[in-house]
Design a protein around this ligand. Structure first.
Ligand code: FAD
Length: 451
C-alpha cells in the first residue's frame, strides 16, 4: 500500500526504483542534495525483487563504495575467485582467475548476490538517508510546463520537476515520451545477437539439488563453470550457501544459479520453466557431474530438488541515441526541464558476462554526482552549464557502446566454442594457455577498464 502521498513539485523526479533509480537517489543525497528535493516513484506496489543479475563486478563495487553502499552487499555475497570455461567433453578451456585483479582494486573478485538482494540493500540505504519510494505510480505522460516537466501518472496525479531521471527500465515510458530518443540497435556494431538461433533464447533459474555439490562447485575458494557444447551453453555457479552466511529465499540449503541457451529450432521454451523442463536441459546440456542419467553420471546421479525462480528471455542489444535532453515547450512560459536516461532505459544488451545491471549502477552513481553538481552550481537557472550534463551523457553513451561491443565479442566467442571444428575453438584453446589473454578477459569482465 502507498503509505504517503508524493509532493506535486520536486527538484528531481526519478521514475523507476530498480537498481538505477535507487542508486541515483542515494548518489544524489550523498552528493549533497536534500532528500526532500528528490522524489522517486515506481509503478509497482512492491519492488520487483527478482533474481536476474547475480554478479557485482569489481568496478561496480568500487562505484558503490564511493557512495557508501558497498559493505552490506559485499559481506552478504559470495566472492567468486574462479570461473571455468569448459568444452562439451568436460575439458577446461580457460580458467578465469579473478585474483589477477589484485594490483588494481581492493575487490579482486566478483560478488555473487541476487539482484533481489541488491535492490533490498539499496532501498535500505535510501530509507536510512530519509528517502522513500512512492508506489504504485505509473508514469504515462510528460509535458513541459513553467519551471519544469510535468509527469502524469495513471492515478490522475502529477509531479513537476526540473530534472526527470528516466530509470524505468527497458520499456521506458519517459524515454518514449521524450521523443527524439530512439532505442535501437547500436550503429557501427555488427549484426544483432538476437538473430543467432543458438544463443538468443536463454533460461535462467535459481535451484537446489538433491546431492551435495560442494566438492564440485565450492564457495571457498569459489568456483563456477560455464560449459559450452554443440547443443548450447550451460552455466552453473553457487548463488548462496548457508554455511558461507549467504542466503536467499530464506533457504537453509545451497542455492545454485543455472543458465542455458535453448536453440530456437527447439521452439519457444516456457516463460517460467518448471522442474521437469529444467531437469531435461540439465541432462542434455549440463556438465556430466550434475546429470541425473546414470549412463552419463555413473558415480551418483544428481537431480534438481527445488526451483526457487526461473525465467526465459530473448537477448538483444539496443541503445538510445542520446542520454540527455533539454525539453522546452512552444511558449516562453513553458520553459520545461531536463531528462536524463539511465540504466536499461538507456541501453540493453545480452546478459553474457553479467554486465547490464553493473553498467546501470555505475551510470547511476555518476549521474547522481553530476546532477547534484549541476543543481549546486547553477542555483535556480538550469540552463547554465548544460554542457556538463551533455558531456557526462556522451561519456556514458560511449561506455555503453563499448560494453555492448564487449558482450557481442563474448557472444561470438561462445558461438565459436560451440563448434569444436572451428578455427575460433582451437584459437581459444591456444589463447587460454596465455596468461596475458586470461588476465585481459578478467579485466574486461571486471568493468575496471570501462568504469
Ligand atoms: C532475465 C534477466 C537476466 C539478467 N541477468 C543479468 C546479469 O546476469 N547481470 C547483469 O548485470 N544484468 C543482468 N540483467 C539485466 C539487469 O537486470 C538490468 O540491467 C537491471 O535490472 C537494470 O536496472 P534498471 O533499474 O535500469 O531497470 P529495472 O530493473 O527494469 O527497473 C525499472 C523500474 O522502473 C519501474 N517502472 C517501469 N515503468 C515504469 C513507469 N511507467 N512508471 C513508473 N515506474 C516504472 C519498474 O517497476 C522497475 O522497478 C538481466 C536481466 C534480465 C531480464
Amino acid at each position: 500500500m502507498m503509505s504517503q502521498q508524493p509532493p506535486t513539485q520536486a527538484k528531481v523526479l526519478i521514475v523507476g526504483a530498480g537498481p538505477s533509480g535507487l542508486t541515483t537517489a542515494v548518489s544524489l543525497i550523498k552528493h549533497g542534495i536534500a532528500v526532500q528535493d528528490i522524489v522517486i516513484i515506481d509503478s509497482v506496489l512492491q519492488g520487483e525483487n527478482t533474481s536476474r543479475a547475480v554478479v557485482l563486478h569489481a568496478a561496480t563495487l568500487e562505484a558503490l563504495e564511493s557512495i557508501g553502499c558497498v559493505d552490506g552487499l559485499n559481506s552478504s555475497g559470495l566472492h567468486m575467485q574462479r570461473m571455468r570455461l569448459q568444452g562439451g567433453n568436460g575439458s577446461t578451456i580457460i580458467t578465469n582467475d579473478l585474483s589477477s585483479l589484485q594490483p588494481y582494486t581492493k575487490f579482486p573478485y566478483a560478488c555473487v548476490i541476487s539482484q533481489a538482494h541488491t535492490e533490498i540493500e539499496l532501498h535500505r540505504e535510501l530509507e536510512t538517508l530519509g528517502g522513500h519510494v512512492f508506489r504504485p505510480l505509473k508514469a504515462v505522460g510528460m509535458k513541459p510546463v513553467e519551471n519544469g516537466l510535468q509527469v502524469s501518472f495513471e492515478a490522475d496525479q502529477t509531479i513537476t520537476a526540473q530534472y526527470v531521471i528516466a530509470a524505468d527500465g527497458a520499456r521506458s515510458v519517459v524515454h518514449t515520451l521524450s521523443r527524439w530518443y530512439l532505442l535501437r540497435r547500436p550503429d557501427g556494431l555488427d549484426k544483432d545477437e538476437s538473430t543467432d538461433p543458438r544463443t538468443s533464447q536463454i533460461i535462467l533459474a535459481d535451484v537446489s539439488f538433491d546431492s551435495n555439490l560442494e566438492h564440485i562447485f565450492p564457495t571457498d575458494p569459489y568456483v563456477g563453470s560455464l560449459s559450452i557444447c554443440s547443443d548450447g551453453i550451460f552455466l552453473i555457479a553457487p548463488l548462496a550457501h548457508p554455511k558461507a552466511k549467504s542466503t536467499v529465499y530464506d533457504a537453509t540449503e545451497p542455492i545454485y544459479r543455472i543458465g542455458f541457451s535453448v536453440p530456437l529450432d527447439k521452439g519457444e521454451a516456457p516463460s517460467h520453466p518448471g522442474i521437469e523442463v529444467l531437469q531435461s536441459y540439465v541432462g542434455a546440456q549440463g556438465p556430466m557431474v550434475i546429470s541425473s542419467d546414470p549412463s552419463r553420471n555413473p558415480g551418483k546421479p544428481v537431480h534438481l530438488k527445488q526451483v526457487y525462480w526461473s525465467t526465459r528471455f530473448r537477448t538483444h542489444s539496443a541503445i538510445a541515441d542520446i542520454f540527455f535532453k533539454r525539453i522546452r515547450g512552444d511558449t516562453e512560459e513553458e520553459n520545461g526541464g531536463i531528462v536524463m536516461l539511465v540504466g536499461d532505459a538507456a541501453h540493453i544488451h545480452s546478459p553474457i558476462g553479467g554486465q547490464g545491471m553493473n553498467l546501470a549502477i555505475r551510470d547511476a552513481v555518476g549521474l547522481g554526482a553530476i546532477v547534484a553538481k549541476h543543481i549546486q552550481s547553477t542555483d535556480a537557472n538550469i540552463n547554465s552549464n548544460l554542457q556538463t550534463l551533455q558531456d557526462f551523457a556522451q561519456e556514458r553513451h560511449g561506455k555503453a557502446l563499448k560494453q555492448i561491443a564487449m558482450t557481442k565479442r563474448f557472444t561470438r566467442l561462445v558461438s565459436s566454442l560451440m563448434n569444436p571444428w572451428s578455427i575460433g575453438y582451437w584459437a581459444l584453446y591456444v589463447l587460454g594457455n596465455i596468461p596475458f589473454f586470461r588476465r585481459m578477459l578478467v579485466w574486461q569482465l571486471s568493468g575496471l577498464g570501462n568504469r
